[in-house]
Design a protein around this ligand. Structure first.
Ligand SMILES: C[S@@+](CC[C@H](N)C(=O)[O-])C[C@H]1O[C@@H](n2cnc3c(N)ncnc32)[C@H](O)[C@@H]1O
Length: 254
């Protein structure tokens, strides 16, 4: 799902990385915090050809996948991986021009402590770009499907809150409180119209199935069946769209 995210939301990645690139030197040292399968790492490496990158994640299987993808993308020589639990002591990662955290800050236990650690990793003047999302994208457009999808999204949001994830944080205020200069703050409303290209249809299928799996004990059986049925019929439907939101904050180390 993370890999498809990069493919489907290419325009968004181009734009947000263009923004990041405008704030750093031409040969930036970049640290991707909670890099996962490398969606951000690889997009950054492709769009910023002078960059060298360190991808950090707690999950070795994610990093193994990331290394493979980086090699396939021809950027493996500029990408190194570091396995680390960012809730613990950090290994040496800096000094960096850009720290990038996409959909990972909400996983970390203590935002204030993490922001302090990021400050230490950055050079003076270096920037920290935080991206967060409000949940999975939406795909269904007909009223019955869209209503089931909204109920699933609401339940997933409740699960995240119950799990103690830092969703809905005001990262701008957090950055300021941690001593960063808030350079920018922007909401990207992403919309891909119907008919979707095959990769986006696959993205819809994977996401709808993933939602149903996660919500097995938490949604009425009818809703679960509805999500499964839309996932199944997605390739034959011409009415799916992708609607996603990404919130981005940039802070500069003073
Ligand atoms: C939703 S994924 C986002 C991955 C990637 N940044 C992206 O945009 O596709 C969150 C990632 O944070 C990682 N993560 C969660 N808690 C972590 C921790 N304490 N230390 C390091 N990584 C962590 C997870 O393993 C996962 O790969």
């Amino acid at each position: 799902m993370l890999d498809l995210d990069a493919e489907v939301l290419q325009d968004y990645y181009r734009e947000v990385i263009g923004w990041a690139g405008s704030l750093v030197p031409a040969d930036p040292v970049i640290v991707d915090l909670g890099a996962g399968t490398g969606t951000g790492t690889i997009a950054l490496a492709r769009h910023l050809p002078g960059a060298t990158l360190t991808a950090v994640d707690v999950a070795e299987e994610m990093l193994a996948h990331l290394r493979e993808r980086a090699a396939e993308a021809g950027v493996g020589d500029r990408v190194r991986t570091v396995r680390a639990d960012l809730d613990g002591e950090w290994p040496p990662l800096g000094p960096a021009d850009l720290a990038w955290a996409s959909a990972s800050m909400h996983h970390l236990a203590d935002p204030a402590r993490t922001l302090g650690q990021v400050r230490e990793v950055l050079r003076p003047g270096g920037v920290f770009m935080i991206t967060e999302l409000d949940g999975f994208p939406r795909f269904l457009t007909d009223p019955a499907g869209a209503a089931a999808e909204e109920r699933a999204a609401a339940e997933l949001a409740r699960m995240r809150l119950e799990g103690g994830l830092h969703m809905g944080e005001d990262w701008g205020a957090r950055l300021t409180a941690a001593g960063f200069e808030l350079v920018g703050e922007r909401r990207f409303e992403i919309e891909l119209p119907a008919p979707l290209p095959p990769k986006a249809v696959e993205y819809a299928q994977v996401t709808l199935r993933r939602s149903a799996e996660r919500l097995t004990d938490r949604l009425p059986a009818d809703d679960l069946k509805t999500l499964e049925a839309y996932a199944e019929s997605a390739p034959d439907r011409g009415d799916l769209t992708v609607r996603a939101t990404r919130d981005v904050w940039i802070g500069r180390r003073r």
